[in-house]
Design a protein around this ligand. Structure first.
Ligand code: 5GP
Length: 196
């Protein structure tokens, strides 16, 4: 696979990485396109198939695993599979664009290992696990059980932060957004050597 660069944003659920990724996508000069993941989880009411995710059945997901169609995949939560199809990255590179991923910590590190030189792997750090809980509750997209599952996973994920190229502290959103734009711009210009 040849093509543009890969920008990975990973973080525990509720850290604000999706907000940061959406902001980066608005910066046209960065020439980014969102990698739409495939998932076996059900769509939320505000989500659109083929925009937020490719929503597919568990069976189809497992067929893709067997066929080696994924660049990476994870069972992020029990029976909820998420993965990046190789065809998705090829689609974006064929457009002449750089790929931006909003994926979990294990998937992000896997992409970094596959493409060490062309990947910028960023970890978004929330102020605290308690704050994550508050944000997830406010979001009202998840049941209490699911929130607890996400919180339990968050502590494990936070421990992986040092393995990333860069940690953005999302304590104040405006600051985190600006830092993210500057960071990605520097990487696209000069690779790892240029990081602030
Ligand atoms: P959600 O259910 O909130 O949309 O996503 C749950 C978690 O799965 C998030 O951390 C999200 O970033 C992650 N995720 C989404 N797509 C992928 C993917 O393709 N691969 C991996 N490994 N994780 C993903």
């Amino acid at each position: 696979m040849k093509g543009g660069k890969l920008i990975v944003f990973s973080a525990p659920s509720g850290s604000g990485k999706t907000t940061i990724v959406r902001h980066l996508l608005k910066q046209k000069e960065l020439n980014l396109e969102f990698s739409i993941s495939a998932t076996s989880r059900e769509a939320r009411s505000n989500e659109v198939d083929g925009e937020d995710y490719y929503f597919i059945s568990l069976r189809d997901f497992k067929d893709h695993i067997k066929n080696d169609d994924f660049l990476e995949w994870e069972e992020v939560y029990r029976d909820n599979f998420y993965g990046t199809l190789k065809t998705e990255v090829e689609r974006i590179w064929a457009m002449g664009k750089n790929v931006i991923f909003d994926i979990d910590v294990a998937g992000g590190l896997r992409i970094k290992r596959k493409f060490p030189d062309k990947t910028l792997a960023v970890f978004v750090k929330p102020p605290s696990v308690d704050e994550l809980k508050i944000r997830l509750k406010k979001r009202k997209t998840e049941t209490d059980d699911r929130i607890n599952m996400r919180i339990a996973k968050a502590s494990v994920e936070l421990a992986t932060a040092p393995q990333f190229d860069y940690i953005i502290k999302n304590y104040e959103l405006d600051v985190a957004l600006k830092q993210s734009v500057d960071l990605v711009a520097a990487f696209l210009e000069g690779g790892h050597k240029n990081l602030p």
